[in-house]
Design a protein around this ligand. Structure first.
Ligand code: NAI
Ligand code: HPV
Length: 399
C-alpha cells in the first residue's frame, strides 16, 4: 500500500523525511491534489480549498488550526492533526523579547543608532541616548490570557526570579496537567476583567475560535490599566484592531507588540510588528513537523488517532490481522448497526473501540482474516449505514 501525500514547502524537511520512501509518494504544494491521502501544511488558508474526496488526513505542523475548515473536513471523513506544544518554547522566547520591547524603546533606539553618520558616533550616542530611556519588568504585573502550552510557559518564566513579575492568569478551560505545571506564584483570575484591570502588560495565548474572536474589544480595552502594554502572539482576529489603534492614540495603551501584520499597524510609532515568526525557530519547526508526521503515519497505517483536533484519542493495539475503522455521526445505535452487519456475516469481533467528540465519533473493529471479496462486501454494507461517513479497511502492519 502506497500513500500519496502533498507537503507544503514551508514544512521542515526533518519531519517530511519521516515518511518512508517505500510507503509514501510525496509531492509539494499548499493544497491537496486529486488522489491525495494526506496533506501536510503550516498556516496556509484552506477555507476556500476543495478537499479531494479520497483525502484521509490533514496535518498541521504547528498549533493554530483556524486556517483549516474543521467542520467541512470532519464531514468529509478527514482527520485533522496538529502538534500541540511542539513550538511553544519558540513562541515563549519571542514573547519575552516582546515584553522587553514593550518596556524599553529598543526598536526606536536601534533605528536611530543605525542612521548616525561620522567618526564621532560614540559622542553622538552619549548625547542622544536620553531619548531612549525605558522601564523595567521587575515587580510589574503581567496578565496572561490562555494558560496552555505557550501561556503556561510565559506565565512560569515571567514569575520566576529571572523576571520577577507578578503574574495573573485567566483560562476557564485549563487542562488538569497544564494546571499542575503552573508555578504556585501565579494568581488565577476568575474573570478576564480581573486580569485587564490591574496588569501593566497583558499577553494573549488563546486559540482563535468563535468565542475568542475580538475578545479584546473597545469595551475591554477601556477596563485596562492606563498606560499598559498589550502583546498578541495568538492571532490577529482575537483583537479589534480599530479599538487598539484608538486606545494607542489616546494613551490608554502605551504599546502594542504583535506577530500579526496589517497595513494600519506597520510604521505606527507605538506598535512593534513581527512577521508571524513565533514558531519560526529551527527547533520549533523540526519538532512540529516530526510530531505531526508521526501522528499522520500512525493514523494512515494503523487507524489509531492521537492529537487530532477533531477526534478524541483512539488508540488500540492490533489484536487481529484486519481492522475496520469508521468515522460516523455521534447518534444513537451506530455501534449496534455495525455489529449487526458483522453478525450477519458470522464474523467474530476480536477487539473494538468507540470514541466520540461533539457531533462525530470514531469506531475501530479488529477482525480475524476475511476473504478479500467478502471483506469488500462488508465494507460496502457498513458504508451504507445512515450517518456513516467513511469506512477504511487496514491490514495489520508487518513488523
Ligand atoms: N505566533 C505564532 O507563531 C504562534 C501562535 N500560536 C497561537 O497561540 C495559540 C495558543 O497556542 P498554545 O498555547 O500552544 O495552545 P494550547 O491549546 O496549548 O493553549 C490554549 C489555551 O487557551 C485556553 N483558552 C481557550 N479559550 C479560552 C478563552 N476564551 N479564554 C481564556 N483561555 C482560553 C485553552 O484552555 C488553552 O489552555 C494557538 O492556538 C495559536 O493561535 C501558537 C504557536 C505559534
Ligand atoms: O503554530 C501556530 O499556531 C503558529 O501560528 C505558527 O504558524 P506557522 O507554522 O509558523 O505558520
Amino acid at each position: 500500500m502506497t500513500y500519496q501525500i502533498t507537503t507544503s514547502t514551508t514544512v521542515s524537511q526533518d519531519g517530511i523525511a519521516l515518511f518512508d520512501q517505500d510507503k509514501y509518494h510525496l509531492q509539494t504544494g499548499e493544497q491537496p491534489h486529486t488522489g491525495d491521502d494526506g496533506l501536510l501544511i503550516r498556516s496556509v488558508n484552506l477555507h476556500d480549498t476543495p478537499l479531494n474526496p479520497e483525502l484521509l488526513t490533514i496535518g498541521r505542523a504547528g498549533v493554530g488550526v483556524n486556517n483549516i475548515p474543521l467542520e467541512k473536513a470532519v464531514d468529509q471523513g478527514v482527520v485533522v492533526f496538529n502538534a500541540p506544544g511542539a513550538n511553544a518554547n519558540g513562541v515563549k522566547e519571542l514573547v519575552f523579547a516582546a515584553l522587553v520591547i514593550g518596556a524599553r524603546p529598543l526598536m526606536a533606539g536601534n533605528a536611530w543608532v543605525n542612521h548616525l553618520k561620522g567618526q564621532d558616533i560614540d559622542v553622538q550616542v552619549e548625547a542622544g541616548k536620553k531619548a531612549y530611556v525605558g522601564t523595567e519588568l521587575l515587580g510589574k504585573q503581567l496578565g496572561v490570557i490562555g494558560l496552555g502550552h505557550v501561556g503556561g510557559r510565559v506565565a512560569n518564566g515571567a514569575s520566576s526570579l529571572a523576571f520577577g513579575m507578578h503574574v495573573v492568569g485567566y483560562d476557564p478551560y485549563i487542562e488538569v496537567d497544564t494546571a499542575w505545571n503552573l508555578s504556585h506564584h501565579i494568581h488565577h483570575a476568575d474573570t478576564i476583567e480581573e486580569v485587564l484591570r490591574d496588569s501593566d502588560y497583558v499577553t494573549l495565548h488563546v486559540p482563535l475560535t468563535g468565542e475568542t474572536k475580538e475578545m479584546i474589544n473597545a469595551q475591554r480595552i477601556a477596563m485596562m490599566k492606563p498606560g499598559s502594554v498589550l502583546l498578541n502572539f495568538a492571532r490577529d482576529d482575537v483583537i479589534d484592531e480599530q479599538a487598539i489603534l484608538a486606545a494607542l492614540d489616546r494613551g490608554q495603551l502605551r504599546g502594542y507588540v504583535t506577530d500579526f501584520a496589517s497595513p494600519k499597524l506597520l510604521h505606527h510609532p507605538k506598535v512593534t510588528v513581527f512577521p508571524h515568526i513565533g514558531g519560526s525557530t529551527t527547533a520549533a519547526e523540526t519538532n512540529s513537523a516530526k510530531m505531526v508526521v508521526q501522528t499522520m503515519k500512525n493514523y494512515l497505517e494503523t487507524g489509531n488517532i492521537r492529537n487530532s483536533v477533531t477526534f478524541p484519542d483512539c488508540v488500540m493495539q492490533f489484536a487481529a490481522p484486519l481492522r475496520l475503522t469508521l468515522i460516523h455521526k455521534n447518534v444513537p445505535n451506530m455501534v449496534g448497526r455495525m455489529t449487526a452487519i458483522l453478525a450477519n456475516y458470522d464474523l467474530n469481533i476480536v477487539n473494538m473501540m468507540n470514541r466520540s467528540q461533539g457531533d462525530y465519533a470514531y469506531t475501530m473493529i479488529d477482525l480475524d482474516h476475511v476473504a478479500e471479496k467478502r471483506l469488500q462486501r462488508i465494507a460496502t454494507k457498513l458504508e451504507q449505514i445512515e450517518n456513516v461517513i467513511r469506512v477504511r479497511v487496514i491490514e495489520q502492519p508487518k513488523r
